[in-house]
Design a protein around this ligand. Structure first.
Ligand SMILES: NC(=O)c1ccc[n+]([C@@H]2O[C@H](COP(=O)([O-])OP(=O)(O)OC[C@H]3O[C@@H](n4cnc5c(N)ncnc54)[C@H](OP(=O)(O)O)[C@@H]3O)[C@@H](O)[C@H]2O)c1
Length: 171
């Protein structure tokens, strides 16, 4: 199974503020839906709580929490990253959709990074995507620079893949 991270970062790798996203870019949301639909997605409990309508339709929703009694409608709740991968075993692809803690836990186990890079430095951000090594990851696709009509924000997409087979595996 491929493990793919999908994330929107600003120029300093910031991803969130006060439990919310830094920006809602409609083109990016459409791309997120297109890429993740039909696949399994895994998210941290805090990211789940920020979803306006709960579990995302037409995807296997896996939520990671240390609270073993937690039940969430439309989701499989697991208490470790290993259990999350196990829960997704019948799927071809597992998308890691955030937030900061979950990206950090999954980065060493991931094959692909789908980045949306927003050309802006957001003030007051409190959550970041972890640093990745330029030696370990290389860019295979980079889009042109796009403009979000509503906010005026400039952004582009990048796909990064591992340069070698150094991905850790879950035993
Ligand atoms: N820009 C983007 O693309 C993007 C995407 C997603 C989220 N975000 C942003 O990221 C922020 C949230 O990120 P966050 O780092 O605060 O929270 P998070 O990663 O969404 O969730 C953290 C929670 O996940 C559980 N958890 C984490 N590691 C675990 C482990 N190893 N085992 C078991 N459970 C584990 C814990 O839940 P319990 O406390 O229940 O034990 C922990 O409190 C928000 O601002 C959100 O908007 C941005």
């Amino acid at each position: 199974m491929e493990i793919a991270i999908i994330v929107a970062i600003d120029q300093q790798r910031a991803i969130g503020k006060d439990g919310d996203q830094l920006a809602y870019i409609s083109g990016d949301l459409k791309r997120f839906k297109q890429l993740t639909t039909g696949n399994a997605i895994v998210m941290g409990r805090k990211t789940f709580e920020a979803l306006p309508k709960g579990a995302l339709p037409n995807r296997l929703n896996i939520v990671v929490s240390r609270n073993k009694d937690l039940q969430l409608p439309g989701c499989i709740v697991v208490s470790s990253t290993e259990e999350a991968v196990e829960a997704a075993r019948e799927y071809r692809k597992l998308f890691v959709i955030g937030g900061g803690e979950i990206y950090k836990a999954f980065l060493p186990y991931s094959d692909t990074l789908h980045l949306t890079v927003i050309h802006h430095n957001f003030e007051g951000a409190d959550t970041w995507f972890p640093e990745w090594s330029a030696q370990e990851w290389h860019c295979t696709e980079k889009s042109e620079v796009l403009t979000d009509e509503k906010s005026g924000l400039l952004y582009h997409y990048e796909i990064l893949v591992r340069t070698s087979q150094v991905r850790l595996t879950f035993s």
